[in-house]
Design a protein. Sequence first.
Lengths: 296, 412
Amino acid sequence: MAKKQEWVEDSVGLNKRDRIIKQIAYNLILILVCIAVLYPVVWVVKMALTPNELAGIGGDTSQIQFTLDNFKHVVLNQNQNGDYLFFHQLANSVIVSAITTLIGVLLACTAAYGFARLNFIGRQMGLQAFLVTQMFPGVVMMIPLYIILGKLGLTDNVLGLVLVYSVSALPFCVWNLKGYFDTIPKELEEAAIVDGASRAKIFVTIVLPLARPAIAITALFSFMTAWNEFILAATFMNNEINYTLPVALKQYVGAQSVEYGYFAAGAILVSIPIMALFFALQKHLVGGLTAGGVKG
Amino acid sequence: MAGLTLKNIIKRYGNAEPTLKGINLEIRDGEFLVLVGPSGCGKSTLLRSIAGLESITSGDLYIGDTRVNDVHPKDRDIAMVFQSYALYPHMTIRRNMAFGLEVRKMPKDEIDRLVAEASQMLGLDEYLDKLPKMLSGGQRQRVAMGRAIVRRPKVFLFDEPLSNLDAALRTQMRVEIRRLHKKLKTTIIYVTHDQVEAMTLADRIAVLSGRDKEYGTKNAGYLQQVGTPLELFQRPVNKFVAGFIGSPSMNFLDAKIEVRNGKKCVALEGWDAIDLTQECADAVKEGQELCLGIRPQDVILADASHPANMHVKVDVIETLGWECHVHFKYGANQFLAVIESQKLADIKEEQEVGLYVAPEVVHLFNHDEHGTAIAHGGGIKAAKPASSEGDPHFTALNEVIASVNEEVSDAK
Ligand SMILES: Nc1ncnc2c1ncn2[C@@H]1O[C@H](COP(=O)(O)OP(=O)(O)OP(=O)(O)O)[C@@H](O)[C@H]1O
Ligand SMILES: [Mg+2]
C-alpha cells in the first residue's frame, strides 16, 4: 500500500514540501473567495439584527446591539384595515411561485418530450420560436402585457402574474428539459415499446424517473423566476395587499430614507424559502441516473 | 411460436436510396436464423422492421399467418435483445425482467414465477435486487436476455448481443444461447459479425450484401444467399458470399481456362495451372476468362505426392501459434494461405515455394459485377477424405460445433 502511494507521488512529480505549499495556497485562495462571497451575507445578517435606527450606512457603529425588533416589525406590519400585510404578501408569493412552477414543469415536460422524440411539422421552427422569445427581456413586453392583462381583467390579481411568469419561464424550461431528454438513450424507450408499453406509460415510468435531475432544476428555476421577479409584479399590482414579497421589500427603500434594518430583515425572510427549496431538491440533483442502461 | 415470412420487403429512410431493396425470406417455426453482412448493410434495419420499430416502405411481413405490417410492436408478440442491452437503469433486475409482464397485466404470482424461472436459467438469482449499473457486461447481457425470455414471445430478435463481450464470455454466452434455443424452441433471428457465432449457432445463415468498393450500392440491400453454414461455405452462390463467409477471406485470382494435355485447366501466372474436377470442367469453355477463388485453408505446401501447381514467393509470415498466415506474392497479386506452423520450419520470407491446390477446393466465378458462381470443386470434404487427418479448418469448425453440442447436452 505504502509502495503504491509513493509511486503515485512520484508520478505527479512533486515532493512532499511542494505538495504542502500547494495545499496551503489552494486553501488560502478558497478562504479568500469564501470571505468575498460571505461578507455581504454576514453584513445583511448583522444589519437585520441591529436596531433599525442604527443599521444604516451612516449609523453609529461604536455600540453593538442585537435585537429581533426588525423582524417583528416586518412580519407584523399592518395596513389601515388591520390586515397583516406580510402574511398576505407571503401567501401571494407562494401561490404565484408554486402555480408557476407546477404549470411550468407540467407543460415543459410534455412539450419537451414532444420536441425531443416526435417528428412533426414545425418542430424545428417551434424550438427556434421559443428561443426568439428569450431575446426580449420581460420589461420590453411590459406594456403589451399590461394591456392584455387589463383586457382579461387580471391586473392586480395573482392569476395575472401566474400567467405572465409561466409563459416567460416556459421556453427555458422546455429547452432545458429537451436537452436532457435527448441524452436518454432511445433504445430504452424502444425496449419498452417492444415490451408492450404505451407512449404514456413509457413517459411516466421510464422517461420521467430518469429525467429527475433536469426536472428538479427546471422546477427550481421556475420557482425562483417567479419568487424573485420585481418589475412586472410592481407594475401589475396596485393594492399593497396583492404585492409579492420583492415588491413589498422595495417599500423599505424609499425616496427620502432607507430603512436598512427592516430591509435586511425582510431580505432574509424572503431568502429562506428559496434556500429551503434548494436543499429539498438537492438530493435529486445527481448525475449518472442512466448509467448501466446501455453499454457505451 | 411461429415462423416468419418476408415478401419483397423494401425499406427506405427518407429519400435516400433504399437500405433494403427487396428481401424475400421464409423462416421456419423454431428455426435459428443468423443474419450476417458487412457493417451498415441494413441488418439492424431489417430486425427493427420485423420488430415494428421501423415502418416498412413496401412489401409484406407475416408472423405466422398474420400480416403484421400495420400491427403495433406491442401486439406482434416478439422480444428483442438490443445490441446495447437497453436495460431500464432505474429499475432493479427483477423489475427489468418483470416490466413487460406487468405492462401486460399478468397476475403478480405468475410474474414472480416466470422471473424466478428465467433468472435461475440464466444464473441471475443473486442479482435480482440490484440495479443494472452494479452488474458486469456479461450479466447485463443475460438480464437483457432474461427480459426477452420471460415474455415467451413468438419470435426472438437478437441484434449482435455478444459484440461487446470478451472472447471467453462470448464463448460462454454463445453456448447459453444455443442451450436456450434447444430448450425453448422459439424462432430466433440473430444478427452477428462473428463468423464462429454464425457458423455454430445457425440452422441457416442469411447473407445480406452492403456497399461494395467497386460497384457502390448497386448490389447492396439484397439477400445474397440463405442456407446452412456448410452450404454457404462450400457452395457460395457468388463472390460476395464466398468472400464474406470464412475467415480469413477467400483469395480471388484472375484466370483463364486453357486446355493442356487434352484436359481443361485454370491457367495462372507463368506455366502454373490447376486441374479441374469434372463438375468444373463441364461448366467452362476453353479460353473463358473468370475469377478463381481459393480458401486460404485449402492451400498446402507442395511435396512428393502433391506436386506444385502454383509457384509463389513468401512475403510476410504471421505466426498465430498452431498455424500461420502466410502472405505470398503471386505475380502482381497477394495470396494468403493458412499453414501449420511446423510445416513452415525451414521456410523464410522472400523464399520461393511451391504450393499445391487440389481440384476439389477450386471455386469458379464469373468476371461480371455479380460475380456469380460458375462451379465448385466439390468441397473440402471431397477434397480430403474424412479418414485422413482432415482439413484443419473443417476440423476446427467441427470441433467447435461438437464442443458446443457437448456443453449443451452436459447442461441438460
Ligand atoms: N434512422 C435512420 N435514418 C436514416 N438512415 C438510417 C437510419 N438508420 C440507419 N440508417 C442507414 O441505414 C443503413 C443500414 O443501417 P443499419 O444500422 O441497419 O446497419 P447494420 O447492418 O446494422 O450495421 P452494423 O453492422 O454496423 O450494426 C446505414 O447506411 C445507415 O446509414
Ligand atoms: Mg446494427
